[in-house]
Design a protein around this ligand. Structure first.
Ligand code: IMP
Ligand code: MG
Length: 179
């Protein structure tokens, strides 16, 4: 699989040390607030697991499934909610955990959707930010890394459902998606 990559952008070690920093920051900010960590399926799974396991505060886990892509490397702009949160979020401190913020369509959609549930607070924690890809304004509250506007895979991120299992994040060779 490594040969399908142009280059490794973030090594496993870089990701793990940054995720530990984010975890410590969340533990400080949410101590005593019993937050709900709401992972966005499927891309956020490895990040969600590493971010929240062993966080030394009382908290809950829930998942929501949103998809905007279809196949390919460009967002369709149409966000579909495939599975809603299953917990009651009214009055709860909710932290949405997502793999990447690109056009902003997905998180803009989720923000509007989740605010209707009247949480006590709503924040967004993302591993990767591609600010150059933005089509709608959106700023996340916690950001792991800001990256260039290239299509990346690994650590949960896919191309046509492949590469999610890589422990690092790499730039996919353009010949893979142009053929
Ligand atoms: P947005 O709606 O364009 O902001 O993008 C959010 C979703 O698009 C993410 O949850 C990813 O599933 C997908 N995505 C955006 N950029 C990439 C990328 O570089 N690689 C893989 N998936 C991406
Ligand atoms: Mg995703």
């Amino acid at each position: 699989m490594r040969r399908d990559l142009e280059r490794v952008l973030l090594t496993k070690e870089e990701i793990q040390s940054r995720v530990a920093q984010l975890r410590a920051q969340l533990a400080r900010d949410y101590d005593g607030k019993d937050p709900v960590f709401l992972g966005v399926l499927k891309g956020a799974v490895p990040f969600f697991k590493d971010l929240t396991s062993e966080i030394p505060i009382r908290c809950s886990y829930d998942f929501i499934y949103a998809s905007s892509y279809g196949a390919g490397v460009q967002s369709s702009g149409q966000v579909h909610l495939l599975k809603d949160a299953s917990m009651e979020l009214r009055g709860r401190h909710v932290v949405v955990v997502e793999d990447i913020l690109d056009t902003g369509y997905t998180l803009d959609f989720l923000q509007k959707h989740l605010l209707q549930k009247k949480p006590a607070s709503l924040r967004f924690c993302i591993l990767l930010d591609k600010p150059k890809g933005r089509k709608v304004a959106f700023k996340a509250d916690y950001v792991g890394f800001t990256i260039p506007n290239e299509f990346v895979v690994g650590y949960g991120l896919d191309y046509n459902e492949a590469y999610r299992n890589l422990p690092y994040v790499g730039v996919l060779k353009s010949e893979i998606y142009s053929k």
